[in-house]
Design a protein around this ligand. Sequence first.
Ligand code: THU
Length: 149
Amino acid sequence: MDEAGARVLVAAAREAAANAHAPYSRFAVGAALLLTDGTVVPGCNFENASYGLSLCAETVAVAAANAAGRLRDVVAVAVVGGRITGAGLAGDAAVYPCGRCRQVLNEAADMGGRELVLFCASGDGTVLRRHTLSELLPHAFGPADLGVR
Ligand code: THU
């Protein structure tokens, strides 16, 4: 995917971040999955008053793709996050998926039989980094370890 395509996917992630339910951390994260046919599946973090039950944006997006029967069709992922301010998201550091989300993304990658491309952006829009999931989660534990395809 070229830089323009990456920016479109990051824009979708930023739009999703606007729906974050993050009254406790005040840190909004949006994710956008690009599927094989161009469909974009959004996700945003969904916190809970019982803090430990909170769900990350990437995990919400992957679960939504799965619910739509599209777990095997994910090709790229954009993530953006930052502190919630009156003027949008603040922060000049790219937001990367947490460890659990990397493992959840690996399930989609493995089921689809393809490497995932990740675009990680900062809340203020100044930083955009491209990675593969394998770079972020080397030697991943996956279905093959359980004898599954
Ligand atoms: N968060 C995500 O949504 N994705 C990540 O990969 C890292 C963290 C959320 C969880 C919590 O709602 C907030 O960011 C602060 O940790």
